[in-house]
Write a protein that binds this ligand. Sequence first.
Ligand SMILES: Nc1nc2c(ncn2[C@@H]2O[C@H](COP(=O)(O)OP(=O)(O)O)[C@@H](O)[C@H]2O)c(=O)[nH]1
Ligand SMILES: [Mg+2]
Length: 239
Amino acid sequence: MVDLSIVVPVHNERDNVAPLLIEIEAALKDAALDYEAVFVDDASGDDTLQVLRALKRDHPRLRVVRHVRQAGQSTAVRTGVKTARGAWIATLDGDGQNDPADILTLLRARHAAAPNVRLFAGWRTQRRDDAIKRLSSKIANAVRSAALGDATPDTGCGLKLFERAVFLDLPYFSHMHRFLPALIRRAGFEVQSVPVGHRPRVRGTSKYGVWNRLWVGLVDIVGVAWLRRRSRITEVVEE
Ligand SMILES: Nc1nc2c(ncn2[C@@H]2O[C@H](COP(=O)(O)OP(=O)(O)O)[C@@H](O)[C@H]2O)c(=O)[nH]1
Ligand SMILES: [Mg+2]
């Protein structure tokens, strides 16, 4: 067991994984926290996997798992969560746009929060993406939160802190990573958004454009709305 598992989904991020791992280690150096970093390579076509394998030699906290076939970001996150040994999970994008130091921001929020809060969602208050991505995200967030009432201004942020057991109990579907607040509330728990930093992508290229997020996103809103209607929650008492 470890105190915290950091899960990082990566696809074609050969130049980002080493700097990110080093930043994670620097951020948590003084935190008196036993942690592991689980990088999930989603069948990258570049040499991301070779870079990760080489890093393992000098970085004992690093664990690497890989998908034999590309299965997408949500599935990679889930693979990492299943692999993880910690009761709590922090996720980060593999491209360096999230600042690993904000893991501590989320841990501080958890420290101050009520016990029923099981998801701390990063909220990129100053997004460092191009105007098209910022605008499409703004619209998507508005539509989604109006349809699902998930009370979360930024569900797409890769930086999140949640309880492993609660996550693994959620219904699984590809692209579910943008719906974690709605799904966790559906399970009867609370979600708290926490302002975090954001940085421009300096290496590699983005995997998402407007269209490959928009259409699946609209279909998924309908699916998650249906899941919410079919939810029944009760406390269970053993006699
Ligand atoms: N495992 C996996 N990760 C992905 C995939 N697409 C994107 N990612 C990761 O998800 C994160 C965010 O993707 P990115 O391309 O930066 O999206 P953007 O920030 O919206 O431009 C990065 O860590 C990517 O490596 C995928 O198909 N599989
Ligand atoms: Mg990115």
